[in-house]
Design a protein around this ligand. Structure first.
Ligand code: CA
Length: 427
């Protein structure tokens, strides 16, 4: 495997959940095929959560993930942020057109959150309430704004004091999506400097409706990508799995920087674009130079010299402190119109409470496993070790042991369910 792929650890899972018959979520993970593409477009990760009757939601999310990464990779002439935005707008036209053309798919829609991770910078384009998070160190940040009734009410502050819209409004009503309308507004977030250790999570609300940010953070911090994705889905299912659950985890490894030359300094260079020199500076400098020429003609060489020096000084200072003019089109990314990320910040430095929850959950899972006549010897041993690790302050070790135990038992349940389904088909 090439280094730009090796330096990126990743995992993806999409699960129907415990209550729904169909999975209307779709995901996309397109790793850069070669080094040039990695530098120009990066790795692309996407989640889409479809909505609509019958198969419409599935179709809408599938069109979105089939269209957006593909178009983004094709739009090589545009900076990454703009290309992502354009790709979502074009996917919207396609989903909208198909929705209008067929009464069964009328008003179908989907959320769309897409992340491009280039060597130096990451960009996001987003619509709906699927989410993109970044964990850096022990801080989990939500980099996307939920286009939901709850978030809009909280932002606009149009809610009676003392009442939390999170509890008073339905949580699953979204205010923007891809598909139902001919025109859409897409949030473009970034550029976010990329550093080794950065762990990105993209997910649908089937995950975030079941787990809090305080629970997501330690899992992302302490588990390899694949184990993190597995236990996130398992935990959402253990909490009832009322919705489809989709999770993509991408982690930037130390080799990323060696290959990218993406030192923190280099990464910072892509953050806010500098502005052009203010036009007044050029006018001032021009007047000085014209005066110098005039004075030269009038045979005043000393004064002409002073005028020329003044002109040079004005132009030089204007260039050094440029900032008041029109902003340049940042070729490293795109005009940064809407990015206000991060929208939330959560620390994962204290995971003790979460370990207690995991201990309770594994005990409940053990009861279910005993009832289903599963062997719980390995589970008991892992839980004893996890409890001991928790007591001695080895949080990461305790978390890994609980997570592996949960995923192992859930896998066994899944295996049995599939076997049962197969036997029904065979009969
Ligand atoms: Ca959903």
């Amino acid at each position: 495997m090439a280094i730009w792929q090796e330096s990126f650890e990743h995992a993806q899972l999409s699960d129907v959940g415990m209550r729904r018959r169909n999975n209307q979520d779709s995901l996309g993970m397109v790793l850069a095929a070669d080094e040039n593409i990695w530098h120009a477009r990066g790795h692309v990760l996407m989640v889409a959560d479809g909505m609509g009757a019958h198969a419409a939601g599935e179709l809408a999310s599938k069109i979105a993930v089939d269209t957006v990464p593909h178009l983004y990779l094709k739009l090589r002439d545009l900076p990454p942020g703009e290309a992502l935005e354009r790709a979502i707008i074009e996917a919207n036209s396609e989903v909208h057109r198909r929705g209008q053309a067929n009464p069964e798919f009328h008003n179908m829609g989907t959320t769309s959150s897409v992340l491009a991770i280039l060597p130096d910078a990451a960009w996001i384009a987003h619509i709906g309430d699927s989410r993109v998070y970044r964990l850096r160190g022990d801080c989990l940040e939500q980099l996307t704004f939920d286009h939901s009734l709850v978030w809009e009410a909280r932002r606009d502050n149009n809610w009676p004091a003392g009442i939390d819209p999170t509890h008073a409004l339905p949580r699953n009503v979204i205010t923007r999506s891809l598909g139902p309308n001919a025109q859409i507004v897409v949030d473009v977030e970034g550029p976010f400097p990329v550093e080794p250790g950065d762990t990105f999570l993209l997910c649908s609300d089937g995950l975030t409706g079941a787990l809090t940010d305080e629970e997501l953070a330690p899992i992302l911090a302490h588990l390899p990508a694949e184990e993190a994705a597995a236990v996130l889905v398992d935990l959402a299912n253990l909490r009832g799995g009322p919705d489809n659950i989709t999770v993509l985890v991408g982690r930037v490894l130390p080799a990323w920087r060696q290959k990218a030359g993406a030192t923190p300094e280099a990464a910072r260079r892509v953050t806010p674009p500098r502005a052009d020199v203010h036009p007044a500076v050029w006018v001032g400098a021009g007047v000085c130079f014209l005066a110098a020429v005039g004075l030269l003609i009038a045979r005043q060489p000393w004064l002409a010299g002073i005028g020329a020096v003044l002109g040079t000084l004005v132009a030089g200072l204007g260039w050094a402190f440029r900032g008041g003019g029109a902003r340049t089109n940042d070729k490293a990314g795109a005009p940064n119109r809407t990015s206000k990320a991060p929208y939330t910040r959560t620390s994962c430095s204290n995971a003790t409470q979460f370990l207690q929850k995991l201990s309770t959950l594994t005990a409940e899972l053990r009861s279910a496993a005993v009832e289903a006549s599963l062997d719980v010897g390995a589970l008991d041993q892992a839980c004893r070790q996890a409890a001991e690790a928790g007591r001695t302050g080895q949080t990461a070790q305790a978390l890994r042991l609980y997570a592996r135990s949960i995923s192992s038992v859930m896998n066994e349940f899944r295996r049995r369910k599939h076997e049962a389904n197969d036997s029904v088909v065979d009969l």
